[in-house]
Design a protein. Structure first.
Length: 252
């Protein structure tokens, strides 16, 4: 019984409930939009005929910020099928909501709206592998041109001589080896940080340069953090990145 009470109490404590006034309550759930670290927020608004539970269109907004597309056919099919398994509906302005005629339904509908928000975000951003491939190709082209400019040899997909079986996207054979990581997501950016740390721990010369397609792709907080735990982390721009690679490779 004690364990049951503790679990119930701890689960409840994961949800923050705020009274925003004018009949609106805001619930910050422990669920997150995949890859962003942003928690899913649900609103409960009182109406004359009951309550509206919605996520204020944030699932679509966060998906768009992550270079997703809420207008793809997969999202349309999902929205059309939603009614068969959930009280949640998606409006034309891409807001997910459920109407509760009975106050006792509110708690369960909060979960259902949060669940739908997470699903919408995941489906809308599921096209990322293609974009990631394009981004890596752009980085590779820029590295090849920059290496030719300074006359240094370089290799791609290089196993690194450190613990962890890490592979660099590119390594330029400069006086201080320039390790380039095309960070297509948070996980790859974290790998760049670990590579930097391992080289420092093992006192091996190297400069770790990480490039991300955009801060949105990895999250602003993770991007800012990475600049403290790599040689340098930048958002990718072909001309600027080429100049940076040339400058770093030329350091004596």
């Amino acid at each position: 019984m004690e364990l049951t009470r503790n679990i119930k109490s701890e689960i409840c404590s994961l949800f923050e409930v705020h009274d925003d006034g004018n009949g609106v309550h805001r619930i910050i759930t422990p669920l997150e939009y995949t890859g962003s670290g942003d928690r899913i927020v649900v609103r409960v608004r009182e109406r004359e005929d009951g309550f509206i539970v919605d996520e204020n269109g944030e699932a679509a907004l966060y998906a768009t910020m992550a270079d997703g597309d809420v207008e793809v056919e997969a999202v349309s099919r999902w929205a059309a099928e939603l009614g068969g398994s959930s009280p949640v509906r998606m409006s034309e302005d891409e807001v997910l909501s459920a109407k509760a005629s009975d106050q006792r339904l509110i708690s369960s509908y909060i979960f259902r709206v949060a669940e739908a928000a997470q699903q919408l975000h995941a489906i809308a951003t599921a096209r990322q592998p293609r974009k990631a491939s394009e981004f890596k190709s752009q980085v590779a082209t820029t590295v090849a041109a920059a290496s030719a400019n300074v006359g240094f040899a370089y290799e791609s997909d290089v196993p690194l001589p450190i613990a962890g079986d890490f592979i660099a996207d590119h390594v330029i054979d400069a006086k201080t080896p320039l390790i380039i990581i095309a960070a297509t997501g948070i996980q790859r950016l974290l790998e760049a940080e670990i590579i930097h740390m391992r080289y420092q721990q093992e006192k091996m010369p190297a400069f770790v340069l990480a490039a991300v397609e955009s801060q949105k792709a990895v999250g602003p907080k993770q991007f800012e953090r990475a600049n403290y735990y790599t040689g340098k982390t930048v958002t990718f721009n072909a001309a600027d990145f080429s100049s940076l690679v040339i400058a770093r490779a030329s350091v004596q």
